[in-house]
Write a protein that binds this ligand. Sequence first.
Ligand SMILES: [Cu+2]
Length: 420
Amino acid sequence: MSIKLITLIVIVLGVLALAQLVRVYELSSKLRNRREEDITHRDNKANATLMLLFMILSYVGYFYLIAKFGWTGRGEAASLEGVETDWLLNVNFIIINVAFFLTNTLLFYFSYKYVRKPGVKAYYYPHNNKLEMLWTVVPAIVLAVIIILGLKLWNNLTGDSAKDAIRIELFSKQFDWTARYAGENNKLGYFDYKLTTQQNELALKTSATLDSAIRLMEYGSADGTVMGIALLEKKLNDPANIFVPEDREKMEADLDRKTRLLRLLYQMRSTHDAKHDALAYDDIIQKDTLHLMVDQEYEFNFRSKDVIHSAYFPHFRQQINTVPGLTTRLKFTPTITTADMKDRMKNPDFNYVLMCNKICGGAHYKMKMIIVVDTPEDYKKWLAGKSTFGDDYLKKPEAPVEMAVPEAPVADTVQQVAVK
Ligand SMILES: [Cu+2]
């Protein structure tokens, strides 16, 4: 505290002293009968030397940081695709470095060399077509090469994955990740956001989840957090209930919304093919930790429930946005197990990680998932004990809260609308 205060006082006094110095300088100039805008050759030379000194110091700092943190500070890439990404990044870094040293050396050295000298008039040199051509064409070619290489790599990363690639969906929401392994058939089950319920957070589409969602809209949830259409209608139509107009409006809007949703659910149910149920039932849903097998290609499908997030795998050199209403895709093959990487980095606490790289809300910083890259044996051992979505969901399907149903049979009328 006191040190902070003293530092502050010293800074304030320093600024005041500087201001006084400038004032003294101005006064002394006046005494020597010099105008303020007159600049002496000595001033110019001092500035020129400072320019050169600035260049040298910044270069020294640059090389010092590279020596301390490495060429880019990225460490070793832990996936096949990451090695390619690193190669392209290095190409970019080399180009940037060449441009950086060329332009800065010219800028600062020329400021030093061509300092204004007494009696020498500046050479008038307004235009040179050859030079213009040179610094237009060369950067254009370099940029074109970088862009073409980048597009090629990007198309490879987001393009079709190998036939034997394992498919995993990464579901993002504020503020966590959920992984869904495609299970034995290696096909991810279908989903529709309208089927989102407490026990079906990922909104997977099966006959059972469709029925549950329909029952939820009709009869409400067992714990009473969702009011069903039947109860809403009964409440609104009961002459014994007297509502404030705002409350009635709110309830009517809720009823309207739920009736529309129910109609859509019935439509979905009527076109649903029960053959697709199996695709979802064998999916394995995992939170917190994502286990991957070393030297195995993975295809990741990304989904977002709320806002745009960004799935960032720094060690595998991959990143892609997750967008509500749009599935994005990325593939990579991890090449170094977690245990190996701990050895190589000499850090027993090291872990691969998936992070959100888009400021997506208050707890954005917490949105991450540990990734464990296993040997095939360990991976199979880990996977063996996992229950599937079907196991979990069908064992305790969401309660059809039929006891809460009042006598108004809404479902029939809605079904008729759906059929029309
Ligand atoms: Cu996020």
